[in-house]
Design a protein around this ligand. Structure first.
Ligand SMILES: Nc1nc2c(ncn2[C@@H]2O[C@H](COP(=O)(O)OP(=O)(O)OP(=O)(O)O)[C@@H](O)[C@H]2O)c(=O)[nH]1
Ligand SMILES: [Zn+2]
Length: 203
């Protein structure tokens, strides 16, 4: 039987949902042997546990509830665009486990319920989804859809601009190339509203 995992991906039986540092460390030791290194030499002896601690941070979002990031809400009479630009993001591509980094621009138009959230909470939401094995498209979509379901706003726009290290330090080797993805929901799909938001983002 399969069940949906925290990343919306189906997990099979036996999937170790809790974070397991010892298992990661054992795996990293195998990786070191696999690349022809001696995992018992001085500089590498603590590396497996060190990597496990680093992964606890890099993948912390797998164990966090996105809705909790937006838990603080206020009712304010503001029915125009709220946009937080240039939110720095660090994620890890699920194909190569290499970083992709860049910025997120997150905007929404509050709904009839008048519900808005703290500005920092938009950045927290980006982090919850970024700190998982990701592809940029899914990351973009998940941020937008969580805003829709939690705030029930009139519209949402999320634009991500990232550089993928799997395209720069290896493989096709194209440093400087940027991948831009967007997710637009509700009234933000209106061409005039969307154009206004995009002009503020690209300003
Ligand atoms: N759509 C999408 N692709 C991604 C993302 N991150 C990495 N990739 C791509 O995932 C693809 C994996 O392709 P494969 O052919 O299976 O792997 P590969 O042989 O390592 O591919 P190369 O990177 O071209 O050497 C590559 O084209 C990557 O550029 C992402 O966020 N979104
Ligand atoms: Zn990759």
């Amino acid at each position: 039987m399969q069940r949906p995992g925290t990343n919306g991906v189906l997990l099979g039986p036996g999937h170790a949902a809790p974070f397991d540092a010892d298992r990661i460390a054992a795996g990293i030791r195998e990786v070191l042997i696999g690349i022809g290194e001696d995992p018992d030499r001085d500089g590498l002896r603590d590396t497996p546990q060190r990597v496990a601690r680093a992964y606890a941070e890099l993948f912390a979002g797998l164990h966090q509830e996105p809705a909790e990031a937006l838990a603080t809400t206020f009712d304010l009479p503001h029915d125009e665009l709220v946009l937080v630009k240039d939110i720095e993001l660090w994620s890890v591509c699920e194909h190569h486990l290499l970083p992709f980094t860049g910025v997120a621009h997150v905007g929404y138009i509050p709904g009839e319920n008048g519900r808005i959230t703290g500005l920092s909470k938009l950045a927290r939401l980006v982090d919850v989804y970024a700190k998982r094995p990701q592809v940029q498209e899914r990351l973009t979509t998940q941020i937008a859809d969580e805003l829709v379901s939690t705030l029930q706003p009139r519209g949402v726009i999320v634009v991500l601009e990232c550089e993928h290290q799997c395209m720069t330090m290896r493989g096709v080797r194209k440093p400087g190339s940027k991948t831009v993805t967007s997710a637009v929901r509700g009234g933000m799909r209106d061409p005039v509203t969307r154009a206004e938001a995009m002009s503020l983002i690209t300003d």
